[in-house]
Structure formats: C-alpha cells, structure tokens
Design a protein around this ligand. Structure first.
Ligand SMILES: [Zn+2]
Ligand SMILES: [Zn+2]
Length: 394
C-alpha cells in the first residue's frame, strides 16, 4: 500500500484502539471486529463488508511490528491530518502518486514548473547546435558537411541472396555536381577562404561572461566563399540526379538483413565525404530449397525401392548437383546430411545441405510393374514383415 494512503487512514481508529496499544490489544480488537463484520454474519450488507475490508487492512499493517513502525513513522513525518500537500509543498509528490500509482518525485514536474527557464535553455542550445533548423543536421563547423546516409531496398532471388551477387540499384538523390565536381564554384574559378572566420567555419560571440562559438554566417560554416557559383548547382556543389550503384551483395544474406555500403550515400557539400547507403534485402522464396540458418533444406522424392534397396541419387544444390548415397533400408522421411553444400558463411566454408527423402507412390502401374509388385507383396508377407507391428489387430 502506498504511504500516501497510510497517511490518509487512521488504522488505530478503525480498530478502536489507541496509538500506543499493545500487539495483544490490537489482535483482540481485530478478532472482535472481524467476527461482527464478517460477510458471513452480514449477508448483503455492503457497509459491513466495506468496514470489514478496512479493519482487515488496518490489522494487516498494525499486526506486523515492522509495518506498524513504518506506518507510525510516515504519519509522524507527514502529519496525521489525513491530507498530503494542501499548500505544504508536497503537491507534486501527491500528484505523482496519483498519476502513476507509485511514489516519488517526477523531475519533469520540477522543470515544467520552471518553464521560463526551460525555454531559455532550449533557445540557447538551439543557437549553438541547430542553426540549420529544419533544413538538415547542423553543419559541423570547420569541416565540410558529410552527406546524409541513404536507405534503399532490394528484392533478390533466393539463389542470388544465398550465393552472393553484384546487382545495380538505381538511386535518385543528391550527388556531387558533375559540372563543378562538388566544389560549388563555376568551372574555371575556385572557392576562396572565408575572411570572416579564416576558413574555420566558426565565429565567437560574447554574451555576458560567456563566449560562444557558432557557425560562421558568411560561409554557413563551410569555411569557404564561392564568388562565382556553379550554374548547375547554384553553388551548393550538389545536384540531384539518378545514379546507378552496383551493389555487391555478400553470399548468405538473409531476408530482412540491412547491408551498409560505405560512401555510397548522399554526396557531401562541396566535396565533403559522402554518407553511407543502407540496403535492406528482401529474399524471395525458392521452388526447391528452403533455408534454416546456414543449412539448406531440400525435399527429395524417392521410390520405395530406392529406400528399400539403397541407391545413389542425384540431388540439386545451389551449384553443381551432387550424388547422394541412400543406404538400403532408409525409412521414409529421413533427412540425410551433405556437408558443406549449404549456405556460404561469411567466415568461410558453408552450412550443410539437408536432404529429406519422401516416397513417391506411382499413380498408375503398368502390367509388368503391377505383376512384380503383387509378387513382391506375397514375398513380403511370407517373410513375416508387418509394417504395423501387430498394433492394428492384424
Ligand atoms: Zn556545380
Ligand atoms: Zn566563414
């Protein structure tokens, strides 16, 4: 029970004892009240039931010496008037207990209370770190702005994803301007060092006792001034264009995996490094194979005679088919393991190919096959083979 509730309830009064009552007095008082108020003795009496609950609650706290001590202490500290707060400065405490059902201060309350100060902080930090505002991330002073990371998606066939593939991805994004090679200056001219910040991209501003550095407004933090802007990119050094990136997908990539291609993202301002390109890979299903981790699964149809007599069968893999030996007497549904023919691993090597054999029963038999099979059935019976082991009551 929350301490706040403790303060609001007088357990001693509920039990009709004084606050210095002995444990024995408390026990006796409770037993008497419990008998009187018990729901069995007061059917359909909501008032008695409510009283019974409160008396039980009071007893639960006061009969436990440790809890009773805590209860007494709480009431001593916060007063037994029955109310927290009431202009005493504990309103925040009570409010937090009400809202979350738990105790303790919420520091956000404190800051909300001082909203004027919070606003002041916000303005200050915005000025320092977020000059770019909604236009993008704040420029990194004294260093040209790195290009943004880009996200793309690609859907690959099962085999391409498993074996790895190099595939083109078309991106429409800002790239270094081809006319000025990203410098932002008209061909034949070049940017000059910003005289305001001497190329650092930062200026200092004094405010009272403090000195703040902020991005230079003349060069917008880039450290250089373009006098003759490139006509194709208006001096930004960046042009939106559609480009095709050849993405090398490593072998063994799984559905939903995200691949990072360093430096293939958006071009930076005026020759700054490009961002990265993240490609989320979707992998299509395959008609023949499924995958669990690094293992490939294939279900291989076989005939009864191949299982009974044993056989070497040809099994497809992602590359060259392999011959797999089926031992004589292999049960239907057994999985055979072909090592190293599964999904290539990043660290080298590959998982396994798991071949599950399943009997294919011919829908039609020609005369010769039917005759042979009948003859076989006779021989099987005479040999004493019982597929059901007798449990079917045969
Ligand atoms: Zn340009
Ligand atoms: Zn400058």
């Amino acid at each position: 029970m929350a301490q706040r509730e403790w303060v609001e309830q007088d357990f001693y009064k509920e039990l009709g004892v004084s606050s210095d009552a002995s444990q024995d007095d408390i026990k006796k008082a409770y037993r008497k009240l419990a008998r009187e108020l018990h729901p069995d003795a007061n059917p359909d009496n909501a008032k008695a039931e409510e009283r019974f609950k409160r008396v039980s609650e009071a007893h639960a706290v006061l009969s436990d010496p440790a809890k009773r001590k805590e209860y007494d202490e709480t009431r001593r500290v916060f007063g037994s008037s029955g109310r927290f707060g009431a202009g005493s400065g504990f309103a925040g405490y009570g409010g937090a207990a009400d809202a979350g059902g738990n105790q303790g201060f919420s520091f956000s309350d404190i800051f909300e209370g001082a909203s004027g100060a919070a606003g002041g902080f916000g303005d200050l930090f915005e000025g320092l770190f977020n000059r770019g505002g909604a236009a993008g991330p704040a420029p990194t002073p004294s260093r040209p702005r790195r290009g943004s990371d880009l996200e793309s998606e690609i859907t690959l066939g099962f085999r391409d994803a498993t074996l790895g593939v190099t595939t083109p991805i078309t991106l429409t994004s800002p790239s270094p301007c081809t006319t000025c090679h990203g410098s932002g200056a008209k061909p034949g001219t070049s940017p000059r060092v910003c005289p305001q910040c001497n190329g650092s991209g930062l200026i200092s501003r004094n405010q009272g006792a403090f000195s703040f550095s902020e991005p230079c407004p003349d060069c917008r933090g880039t450290g250089s001034i373009v006098d003759h802007p490139c006509p194709d990119c208006t001096g930004t050094g960046v042009a939106v264009r559609t480009r095709t990136v050849n993405v090398k997908i490593p072998p063994g990539v799984a559905d939903g995996q995200r691949i990072r291609l360093a430096g293939q993202g958006q071009a930076g301002m005026r020759g700054a490094p490009s961002g990265d390109l993240f490609v989320t890979v979707h992998v299509g299903a395959d008609d023949v194979f499924t995958r669990t981790g690094d293992d490939l699964l294939v279900t291989l149809p076989v005939s009864f005679s191949e299982l009974a007599l044993g056989a070497t069968v040809t099994v497809p893999t992602l590359e060259q088919p392999v011959g797999v030996k089926i031992p004589a007497g292999t049960p239907d549904g057994r999985t055979l393991r072909v090592r190293g023919r599964g999904v290539p691993k990043r660290a080298g090597g590959a998982g396994d190919l798991l071949v599950k054999v399943t009997v294919a029963v011919p829908a039609k038999l020609d005369d010769r096959a039917r005759e042979a099979l009948r003859s076989y059935a006779d021989a099987e019976r005479e040999s004493g083979f019982d597929p059901r082991g007798g449990w079917a009551g045969a």
